[in-house]
Design a protein around this ligand. Sequence first.
Ligand code: ADP
Ligand code: MG
Length: 317
Amino acid sequence: NLQKQKSVKYPNLDNYEVLEHMGEGAFSVVYKARQLSTDKLVAIKILRKFQMDSAQKSAVLKEVSIMRQLHHPNIVKFIEFIDSQSYYYIVQELAPGGEIFTAIVKYTYFSEDLARHVIKQVAEAIKYLHEEVGIVHRDIKPENLLYVPIEYTPSKNPIAKLRKSDDPNSKQDEGEFIPGVGAGCIGIVKLADFGLSKQIWEQNTKTPCGTVGYTAPEIVRDERYSREVDMWAIGCVLYTLLCGFPPFYDESIETLTEKVAKGEYTFLSPWWDEISSDAKNCVSKLLTVEPTQRYSVTDFLNDPWLNKLSSVESKVP
Ligand code: ADP
Ligand code: MG
């Protein structure tokens, strides 16, 4: 019955059975759905065209054209775009775990191992975007970091593989639940929401977007530093994963803006007392005000803390 209501509410979704609500954003609502032709579970981001102006509509089309180009294990895959009279539907790979944000709330904060496991995967996605596709995400935050829980992940997953070899007797097929996990890993992290992302160069030609030669210096300069915004955001996410609250916060938007502009944050006691100095050092290399001094994604992937071996089994988040 509910299903019938949804199919009336959301026309032109003939190939899908709309299931439960997964989340929402400013202009969107996202549902889990079953693709009837394949019997596969997907996520459908539904955007109401009513009250969208033409700039917002073209932003949706841009989001779709960006998503179409992306093929990476840590990025939500694009499946199909449906343009109906009242709605845009962006059909995507489902991340059944939902938001990392919810997991932080649930655990309060993550162990260093779990934080590393999560942020490394985000960095892999960003490395691909920055260095292979020429795209800046521009909206990295815990709400846009989703995950496929370990029990959903096929045996191709390196973490799952590691666990299998740990126990030679364990049988493990696609989608099988792997007992005893959860301490040092959460599953496969998937970067979502390309609604604010921007192409800074063409993928094939590796040349800047827009008319080369006529671009003003301030534009060229800005585009040069635009990738660094993602690295700042990764710093904010990493800080939050480690202690459970964000590096910059204030009731007043003016004060908050000022704090961010000056890069005014602290490793607040007692929450940060037990956290390693390597972790703090890594965070501070990301939360560097001057973009030229800030860690690039490659710098970050080479960071000593990020490359420490996890004592996966021993810690509970
Ligand atoms: P918006 O641009 O409106 O923020 P998002 O693409 O971020 O839209 O989607 C909104 C929310 O819907 C996300 O924060 C998340 O909770 C949920 N969501 C989005 N995509 C998926 C997905 N592929 N799998 C599971 N949940 C999703
Ligand atoms: Mg979002």
